[in-house]
Design a protein around this ligand. Structure first.
Ligand code: F6R
Length: 615
């Protein structure tokens, strides 16, 4: 969750750290802090509760001496509330060493008790301060900072990325990671560390991912990676495929607005290079090809929005590849004692590739002997690296905390995989695959058309800004869309919102309908082969009779809905499985506009963080 930056190089640490933290603020934003070793060899720190801007203003009012070595942190509170004292960095007892941390140290109480018994005192309520004190004590035992860190991390349980510096090693930053992300940025006479490449992409696009249970030491001219016991490992370098401008707002009012508008491109990029006329090319599945001919079941694991993409994947995979698919929330998965065999394929979906719940579920699946595939948006992310194969969605960096473009790219990637599997299993004819690919390739242009309806949705959102509850209904593939519409509204506008399968309404939720209750209904195409259209129109009539205000997302020209809807938001014609890619967009825009009308921060909603790296 927290954002971490480290820098060593020229005497401009503060600028690098604050620039990196600004780009990482989406990871956590309840407090921020920096520690710098000045050119005179002093260790100076500053930390403040609140958004990064509070720290920036504080530094402007009372500048901190700059230096060539520094670490910076934005926090998402776990142990202890978001206060100045609990903010990172935390210091060793002698004040010579500073440490920042992402993750949770599960055995912190035991370690704290040990330190208390040894005469240590603590200022904060954090698990991080325990690690800082422990590292300070180990440093005094000799061997240097990296060796001391090695002796500390083997005692820690849980998930962590730690960065530390010590004023007696003025041109060194050390880091360690377990189940929590850390990437190196390679510069010229300077080197960087970050929770993800966004931390340093404005300075360098050369990156190195650090593996599980590894320690890194950076100086201006060197990078050394070892395991926790000091044995050198040779990590591999990769090139970041996007530049700093991709992570800028570029004239948009918010990252959310920008990312919603980027959805046609996100889907196009996910498909590009993978569709050749009527053929699918997924060379990244090479390592799984044999397993794919043998699997008898698929389990999709994901959280939140990614799990709704997974639900859509189930419809597509079962229809096209005729294989049983179940979708499980990652955090429920491993506690349900799932039945996994070498013939089970576990597909994880994660934008960040760092969601701890999903990572732990993937590890569980690997241990149980299942084959694993990840659908991931972040290059080199832990989940991607742990899995047997990865299909990257090329949606570009998603900075707004609420997911939008990653969602449609995840659906596109799942559909590509579904069609590939159908070919491998021989369950779809070549012309049927070609037809589906053509439909998929047409989605970016249709998304452009949907985006044109945003002005009308903005007006609607303004009128509805004092709504207390909004319901969303859908059937079949419309159901995950309803769930996603409700989630977006909860997250962004803090309005109570629920998504229901339309058929379930009469089994209870219809009691919620009272005069004036706004209900979004995702209406299937009248051309739907399952005749769901008529059923959904009946559902609309049932709730309308009880006073609901109907906002229908329906295929353009659908005359049957018009008489019963207070508002129809049209989407272009598309095959049933492809409609969700279009129908979700007005709901994203609605949530964003309503939150904006309420004066809320749509990029960084309260209590949330982009990358959920705690369980
Ligand atoms: C909702 C949202 C979250 C994420 C979920 C999984 O807008 O962004 O529900 O979808 O936390 O995150 P990833 O995809 O990074 O694993």
């Amino acid at each position: 969750m927290c954002g971490i930056v480290g820098y060593v190089g020229r005497p401009k640490s503060l600028e690098v750290l604050l620039g990196g933290l600004r780009r990482l603020e989406y990871r956590g934003y309840d407090s921020a802090g920096v520690a710098i070793i000045t050119e005179e060899g002093e260790l100076v720190t500053r930390k403040r509760a609140g958004k990064l801007q509070v720290l920036v203003d504080d530094l402007a009012a009372e500048p901190l001496t700059d230096g060539s070595t520094g670490i910076g942190h934005t926090r998402w509170a776990t142990h202890g509330g978001p206060t100045d004292v609990n903010a990172h960095p935390h210091l060793s007892r002698d004040g010579k060493l500073a440490l920042i941390h992402n993750g949770i140290i599960e055995n912190f109480a035991e370690l704290r008790a040990e330190l208390l018994a040894d005469g240590y005192t603590f200022e904060s309520e954090t698990d991080t301060e325990v690690a800082a004190k422990l590292l300070g004590r180990e440093y005094e035992a000799g061997g240097g900072l990296a060796a001391a860190l090695g002796r500390v991390v083997v005692r820690l349980e849980g998930a962590f990325t730690l960065l530390a510096l010590h004023r007696d090693e003025p041109l060194v930053v050390v880091g360690a990671r377990r189940n929590s992300p850390l990437v190196i940025g390679l510069g010229d006479g300077e080197n960087f560390l970050g929770s993800d490449v966004a931390a340093f992409v404005e300075h360098t696009q050369r990156a190195v991912a650090i593996g599980q249970d590894q320690i890194v030491t950076i100086t201006p001219d060197s990078v050394l990676v070892t395991d926790f016991f000091g044995t050198r490992v040779i990590p591999s370098e990769f090139q970041v495929s996007w530049d700093a401008s991709a992570a800028e707002k570029g004239g948009w009012s918010s990252f959310m607005a920008k990312e919603i508008s980027e959805q046609p491109e996100a889907v196009a990029n996910t498909l590009r290079t993978r569709i050749h006329h009527d053929r699918i090319e997924l060379p990244e599945l090479a390592g799984l090809e044999e397993a794919l001919t043998d699997i008898d079941r698929i389990v999709i694991i994901a959280c939140g929005t990614a799990s709704y993409a997974g639900m859509l994947g189930k419809y597509a995979l079962e229809k096209w590849a005729r294989i049983p698919v179940e979708v499980q929330l990652s955090h429920e998965f491993r506690y349900s004692e799932p039945v996994l065999t070498p013939r089970t394929l576990v597909v994880s979906i994660s934008q960040s590739g760092e969601t701890m719940d999903t990572l732990m579920a993937v590890k569980y699946a690997i241990e149980a002997g299942a084959a694993t595939l990840s659908i991931c948006n972040t290059q080199g992310a832990t989940i991607a690296r742990e899995s047997d194969a990865v299909i990257y969605t090329h949606a570009g960096p998603e900075v707004a905390v609420a997911s939008t473009k990653a969602f449609v790219a995840q659906i596109a990637a799942l559909y590509l995989f579904g069609l590939h599997l159908a070919r491998v299993r021989g369950t779809l004819s070549a012309p049927a695959i070609a037809e589906a690919l053509e439909e998929l390739s047409g989605i970016p242009a249709k998304l452009e058309q949907v985006l044109l309806t945003s002005t009308r949705i903005q007006e609607l959102a303004k009128w509805m800004s004092d709504s207390r509850a909004v319901l969303f209904l859908g059937r079949h593939v419309g159901y995950p869309v309803a769930l996603e519409g409700a989630l977006k509204l909860k997250e962004l506008a803090y309005i109570h919102a629920e998504g229901f399968a339309a058929g379930e309404l009469k089994h209870g939720p219809i009691a919620l309908i009272e005069p004036g209750q706004p209900v979004f209904v995702i209406v299937p195409s009248p051309r739907d082969p399952n005749s769901l259209h008529a059923k959904v129109v009946s559902n609309i009539q049932e709730i309308r009779a009880r006073g609901a205000r109907i906002l229908a997302v329906a295929e353009q020209g659908d005359a049957a809905v018009l008489p019963f809807a207070d508002e129809v938001i049209p989407i272009p014609l598309a095959g049933a499985l492809f409609e969700p890619l279009l129908a979700v967009v007005p709901l994203q825009i609605f949530a964003m506009e309503l939150a904006t009308a309420k004066g809320l921060d749509v990029d960084q909603p309260r209590n949330l963080a982009k990358s959920v790296t705690v369980e």
